[in-house]
Design a binder for this molecule. Structure first.
Ligand code: NCD
Length: 331
């Protein structure tokens, strides 16, 4: 693995290796001193062309916990606002010796372009590109599901395991969601059963070949499929040209049919977990009761993001450093 661009590129073994490595990373994060020397002397650049809170902070934390030098670059306030191209920015970063570039970009495919162009020699990690992919989000979601729903006593027990047979419902604005795409690909590879639930207007054209079921009826999916995990997607108003107009009749109507509130949540199986990638529109796709309930693992998803991104950076960067093993560094 040289880059992490899409969950569709991951084999089952690679995905399980990342999850197992994340479990090892998470164990090191229980200690008083959380820093490992693994990426000492390496440089990780966070190249963010789109707003982000948790993904950017999470990648930065992950790189720092592995002792890498971190350079944060955001398009606002840089020469990008003067019209500099991705190519020239990448060449600048290359000149500064970036070993890894973590990129978030509004254009689907930008990380792929960066990885294949030769503008940077470093590993490219996709932190979200347009409506296309967000692989580390899907990996942290799978990791969170594995912690809660596979095996019965913590992550050490489930090493080497996938998510075979788990039922996952992904609900809401699938059309604009790179989180949904990444999750469908990864969950399928890991053996889970996925149902996408959305109004027809918020499903992409050409969804037919996706390896999942599709439904327009959330109540029916909860009653008939008894999902083990329900993942609520943010309604992405910034990607809708006229603030939601045309995609659904009204916010109230959307919430009534596709929102997760306390009443719907009570109909989920007792063990089911409630997920959301954040940021949430409280009161639209998820009510405060659901978001703050003991079944919600939303804050845990954020915490797990650090361990998963440490694992991804480690597997892409440290393995090529002679003499460095996680076992030795974690001692
Ligand atoms: C997601 C994203 O940016 O794609 N958020 C995240 O990374 N935590 C989902 C979203 O913005 O709704």
């Amino acid at each position: 693995m040289k880059h992490l661009l899409s969950t569709a590129d991951l084999s089952r073994d690679e995905a399980v290796l990342i999850l197992d490595t994340a479990a090892q990373m998470a164990a090191t994060q229980e200690r008083a001193i959380k820093k490992l020397p693994t990426l000492r002397g390496r440089t990780v650049v966070n190249l963010f062309y789109e707003d982000s809170t948790r993904t950017r902070i999470s990648f930065e934390t992950a790189a720092k916990r592995l002792s890498a030098d971190v350079i944060n670059f955001s398009a606002k306030g840089s020469s990008v606002s003067k019209g500099e191209s991705l190519k020239d920015t990448a060449l600048t970063l290359q000149a500064m010796g970036a070993d890894a570039v973590v990129i978030r970009h509004p254009a689907s495919g930008a990380p792929h372009t960066l990885a294949t162009s030769g503008w940077t020699q470093g590993a490219v990690l996709n932190a979200g590109d347009g409506t296309h992919q967000h692989p580390t989000q899907a990996l942290l979601d799978a990791y969170t599901m594995r912690c809660h729903l596979v095996g019965d006593s913590g992550t050490a027990e489930v090493t080497g395991r996938d998510l075979a047979g788990l039922r996952v419902a992904i609900v809401g604005d699938v059309l604009h969601s790179r989180v949904a795409r990444s999750n469908v690909d990864l969950l399928h590879t890991l053996g889970a059963d996925v149902t996408l639930v959305a109004p027809p207007t918020l499903l992409p054209v050409g969804i037919g070949p996706w390896p999942c079921r599709v439904s327009y009826d959330l109540d029916a999916v909860i009653a008939d499929e008894r999902p083990d995990a329900i993942m609520m997607l943010r309604v992405q108003r910034e990607r809708m040209s006229n603030a939601g107009g045309g995609f659904f009749p009204s916010a109230v109507e959307y919430t009534r049919r596709y929102g997760l509130d306390g009443r719907r949540m009570a109909r989920l199986p007792d063990h089911a977990i409630v997920m959301h990638p954040g940021p949430m529109n409280r009161g639209l796709e998820i009510s405060a009761t659901a978001a703050d309930s003991p079944r919600a693992v939303i804050v845990e998803q954020v915490a797990n993001g650090v361990a998963v991104r440490m694992a991804a950076l480690y597997l892409l960067l440290a393995q090529e450093t002679p003499g460095s093993t996680l076992q030795e560094d974690a001692r």
